[in-house]
Design a protein around this ligand. Structure first.
Ligand code: GAP
Length: 450
């Protein structure tokens, strides 16, 4: 595992991730994915979707709107409680999340508790704090045709059409629960999954892509009978470990379970286990698994007046299902995958950076190149090989820049598992050299057997 600055530097140098709106000086808490990053991100998301949705009989997908009726956030409790403790330094006027700058305090910290800790301002070093205030993290926007001049004539219109960018994808699942039940008639237990953007006006975005204002979540609401929540919770937890360790290539010893105490749990959760990951800058939450009880469906039933019960197909019994929710941020998973894959070693007396990504995640599976760029017969043959591999695997890249050593170093850095080189022997016997990224071993293989 490298240092965070090495990973940030590699991400920029090789086109994985750029600062959002960089050309205008950036936009805090936003990041853009470049040609290599978008490939890795997509593969992470596709692998998750295959594992949790496509390959299972009990999971169904949805893709809901980002802007939802504001009543969604009233019913879910986000309007009232989706807030972080904000504190302002009265000297330098910088604002911070109180629970992030004081050791050992939770999100419910009071002004007195915070003042008693005698925390120094991380920017100016003084100790002169204002009161703790609750800061709601939802981004608001206006929907519909209300002009600023309409509002100046009639201030009451300012509230008309106020809506929010969703702070979690989960609510798009809950609001479609009844639609899914009424259209696919799933057996119990069943899950509804969604991947998509979520927005949080974080007080202090930080640590590269770890805490963003715009992120992507992959969430499942798994609907169970109330009596079976514990066994389903345990099964879902085991699946998360399997996915992270065996498909994403994260070392098991770098993942830790944190049984979140009641005071730190989200308002809807009766039990939460956070899976913490040893990132380069310390151990942080990678994902959460929560037992949301029947909190959301009961709230929706009350707020909408629509029946949210599920009727058991055999017994005819009607009840509001309980919910197990695994929720993971794509950016946090991306950073964990990069951190686990990043390594430095020595090859032939010189040091190299190598990204040991699992083959299923690598932006390119193969790189094809002619040994020499200025030999048309080699280039032509290499193009033939490139075409064959491309048709078979899709994500194959071509590289004829610099010398072969430099090409290997570049492909190592972007995590390409195999480099295929066409040389003069290829013209004679239709074999190529295939070089392995991790061992640097080279073998000779017939083109037909690639
Ligand atoms: N629906 C439940 C929910 O949203 P959460 O613990 O607030 O729970 C779930 O978020 C996951 O989403 C986190 O474990 C993390 O992976 C990701 N996440 C949340 N806020 C994030 C942010 N500001 N930047 C990046 N990822 C974030």
């Amino acid at each position: 595992m490298g240092k965070l600055e090495d990973i940030v530097s590699l991400c920029k140098r090789r086109g994985f991730i750029f600062q959002g709106s960089e050309v205008y000086g950036g936009m805090a808490g936003t990041w853009d994915y470049g040609p290599l990053g978008v490939e890795l991100k997509r593969r992470i998301m596709d692998t998750w979707w295959k594992y949790f949705v496509e390959n299972r009989d009990d999971m169904y997908g949805v893709d809901a709107a980002i802007i939802m009726n504001p009543r969604v956030w009233q019913a879910s409790g986000h309007t009232a409680t989706f807030a972080d403790p904000l504190v302002e330094c009265k000297e330098c006027k910088n604002r911070f999340r109180a629970d992030k700058i004081a050791e050992g305090v939770g999100e419910g910290v009071t002004s007195e508790e915070f003042w008693n800790l005698h925390v120094k301002c991380p920017v100016c070093g003084k100790e002169n704090w204002g009161p703790i205030r609750k800061f709601n993290m939802m981004f608001s926007t206006h929907v519909g045709a209300v002009l600023p001049e309409d509002v100046s004539e009639n201030p009451e219109l300012a509230e008309r059409g106020v809506a929010y960018l969703r702070p979690e994808t989960a609510q798009g699942i809950f609001t479609n629960y009844k639609n899914v039940v009424d259209t696919v008639y799933p057996d119990m237990p069943f899950g509804i999954a969604q991947q998509g953007k979520a927005f949080r006006n974080e007080i202090s975005p930080r640590d590269f892509i770890l805490r963003d204002r715009e992120c992507s979540q992959m969430e499942i609401e798994y609907f169970v009978t109330p009596e079976t929540w514990e066994e389903n919770f345990d099964k879902m937890l085991a699946l998360q470990h399997d996915f992270l360790e065996n498909l994403m290539g994260l070392p098991a010893e770098a993942i830790h379970e944190l049984d979140v105490p009641e005071a730190d749990r989200a308002h809807y959760s009766k039990r939460t286990i956070d899976l913490m990951f040893d990132y380069p800058n310390g151990t942080e939450e990678l994902m959460g698994l929560a037992y949301r009880t029947d909190f959301d469906l009961t709230n929706i039933q009350r707020e909408s007046g629509k029946n949210m019960e599920y009727r058991d197909k055999k017994t005819g019994e009607a009840f509001i299902p309980h919910v197990i929710e695994p929720s993971i941020g794509v950016e946090r998973l991306f950073l964990a995958v990069m951190s686990a894959a990043y390594s430095e070693d020595e090859v032939g007396g010189s040091s190299r950076v190598v990204l040991k990504l699992p083959e299923r995640l690598a932006p390119y599976r193969f790189c094809v190149s002619p040994l020499l760029k200025n030999k048309p017969e080699l280039v032509e043959k290499a193009r033939e090989v490139y075409k064959i591999l491309r048709e078979k695997y899709g994500n194959v890249t071509w590289d004829d820049s610099g010398n072969i050593g430099k090409r290997y170093r570049k492909q190592d850095e972007i995590g390409t598992p195999k480099c295929v080189v066409v040389d003069f022997d290829t013209l004679a016997d239709d074999t190529v050299t295939v070089r392995d990224r991790d061992t640097t071993e080279q073998v000779r293989i017939a083109i037909a057997k690639l």
